[in-house]
Design a protein. Structure first.
Length: 262
């Protein structure tokens, strides 16, 4: 599909959104938001897609944040609207029923770090850099950085990163639990695809159940979260995938999951 600011591809059930403004280190402007929104519309209705990977074009950046050149002249209302549109995109990623992997090939700063945090997990090149440098621009994170970062790494670390604006290495980001795995840059894509294929072979119903139960249960008390888990467990039992998965185990064969989402 032809877009100006992203490259959108689907191959063997794996969709890829590649941020494609390498000259501006893939900075996010309203064009990017509109095109990602459109790509997500396509992903939502394409039942062949089982995994989504987000990555950056070029060898320097995943996404170096929101586009400072366009933000500079925003009125307060335009700023609020831009932030709200960013939030909507990130919530859409979180509400997709499929796994979304951030494949962080370089700078993930500001809106880029926020985008990665809205993915289900983050794989990064060992040379990547993370951070919320908005404070250096006289603003604050606008795509959920104050909220998701605090939930992922704790309040005090989130405050330190957002207040100092200091960039951290991929290793530091991994040590604080932001990044799942690091790979040498030249191996990152291949390793990410390996995991995407592994995920694509699972059942759609149980993948969605895991994602929804963890995401929605996270901010609940334990009893409410466990209640949500029991409900989702029951829904999985209603899917043919449960019979197939358990039957395949007992028959000592590899399961073939074909259950569709309702
Ligand atoms: N917006 C617009 N353009 C950007 C950009 C951004 N966020 N980040 C980089 N660029 C542009 C640069 O202006 C430069 O353009 P020119 O070649 O036309 O001069 C080009 O990309 C290459 O960048 P540098 O020359 O700066 O590359 P570098 O290797 O020296 O530095 C960097 C790399 C450290 C990432 C540096 O570019 C940088 O600090 N970028 C800004 C990062 C930032 O502050 N991000 C937060 C943005 S605000 C935000 O994201 C708000 C929010 O939460 C929604």
């Amino acid at each position: 599909m032809a877009y100006d600011t992203i490259i959108f591809e689907v191959e063997h059930g794996i969709a890829i959104i590649r941020f494609n403004r390498p000259k501006a280190l893939n900075a996010i402007n309203t064009g990017v938001i509109t095109e990602v929104n459109d790509a997500l519309d396509n992903i939502k209705v394409d039942t062949s897609i089982k995994v989504l990977i987000l990555t950056g074009e070029g060898d320097k950046a995943f996404v170096a944040g929101a586009d400072i050149a366009t933000m500079r002249d925003y009125t307060p209302l335009e700023g609020k609207y831009f932030s709200a549109r960013g939030h909507e995109i990130l919530f859409r990623l979180e509400s997709l029923p499929i796994p979304v992997i951030a494949c962080v090939n370089g700078f993930a700063l500001g809106g880029g770090c926020e985008l990665a945090m809205a993915c289900d997990f983050i794989y990064a090149a060992d040379s990547a850099k993370f951070g919320q440098p908005e404070i250096n621009l006289g603003i604050i994170p606008g795509f959920g950085g104050t909220q998701r970062l605090a939930r992922l790494v704790g309040k005090s670390r989130a405050k330190e990163l957002c207040m100092t604006g200091v960039m951290m290495s991929a290793q530091e980001a991994k040590d604080m639990g932001l990044v799942n795995k690091l790979f040498p840059k030249e191996e990152l894509w291949e390793e990410t695809i390996k995991v995407a294929k592994l995920l694509a072979a699972k059942g759609k119903v149980s993948i969605r159940a895991v994602k929804e139960t963890i995401d929605r249960g996270y901010d609940q008390d334990l009893r409410t979260g466990c209640h949500m888990e029991s409900e989702a467990f029951g829904i999985c039992m209603a899917s043919p995938d449960a019979r197939e998965g358990m039957g395949a185990f007992l028959d000592k064969r590899i399961p073939e999951f074909k259950g569709e989402l309702l």
